[in-house]
Design a protein around this ligand. Sequence first.
Ligand code: GLU
Length: 349
Amino acid sequence: MKKLFVILIICTIIAPAWAQKLPRVIILATGGTIAGAGASADRAGYEAGKIPIEDLIGTIPSIKKVADITGEQIASVGSQDMTVDIWKKLAIRANQIFKNNEAEGIVVTHGTDTQEETGYFLDLVLTSDKPVVLTGSMRPATAISADGPKNLYDAITIAANPKSKGRGVLVSFNEGIFDARDVMKLSTTKTNAFGSPNTGPVGQAYDGRVEYYATSTREVQPVKPIQITADTKLPRVDIVYMYADAPSDQIDMLVGKKVDGIVIAGVGNGNFNKAYTEAVKRAVAAGVIVCRASRTPSGRVVLHDEINDDQLGTIVSDDLTPQKARILLMLGLTRSKDKKQLQDLFFKY
Ligand code: GLU
């Protein structure tokens, strides 16, 4: 009887603690405006990546009821200074967190300028189907009506929510949830800076509640990953922009530099002028993989449309923007130089 009583007491103490066990979310901070500080609240000028992650978490004390949060500073840069080395560091740490079961979800705080590129890179190389959510802000932490704390709060609620599992890497911004593959920065300064022109958002975060209305358009983890390690050397792939009457000097210069790939941000359906066409022939003959993408923000680049890709020796980006096509080509080239295999990746990932 006494034994039963003791067990009962222990259960009443432990059970609520079990019931309250919060999902663990690790924030990997890289800098950006969300961690930016200005001299005063009404001054536009500020320095990105100044505020440490612990201070950012401190701006949203109620988040402690949503998740058990820890923060790690991976870098402190404005995202215009994002590098492949930081991408690799992020990816390796994120894979390790899930492999060691250190967290249920990850949030990456990041400048907005290249957030879509980091998101897509992670989307291709992460090996777990647990949620990874990128976010940032358009206004520095010291600004009037800073958007960072709300975006960070939403990102944590998304990463902590089991519904976010198996959806690939996500970007959370201004209450919208976007697939990292499809999202792009669409405004230079507004707080609703992000959108997915081809697909729209996949969900919404509001007041701590997370809802999804669509799924990723492509395969997600763990089917998708392309393996990388700290030693992986990514091939050089550059982007060349097409515009009316553009001379082909940049393409020829890149071939001279022996780059592995060139993505052309073509006009319309991935088109370019006669000067580019001749330079592309020279690039292909030199063994450079040339991928046709488009500077147009929505739609896809269609294989063998105005341009016969088989004849010219090019591949197409499908609906990836030039900056994302570059990432897929860099990673794809670590696997194969075969054009057919590379083209397949663009239709699959
Ligand atoms: N250019 C900086 C960056 O991308 C600030 C822009 C931002 O975060 O909104 O980190």
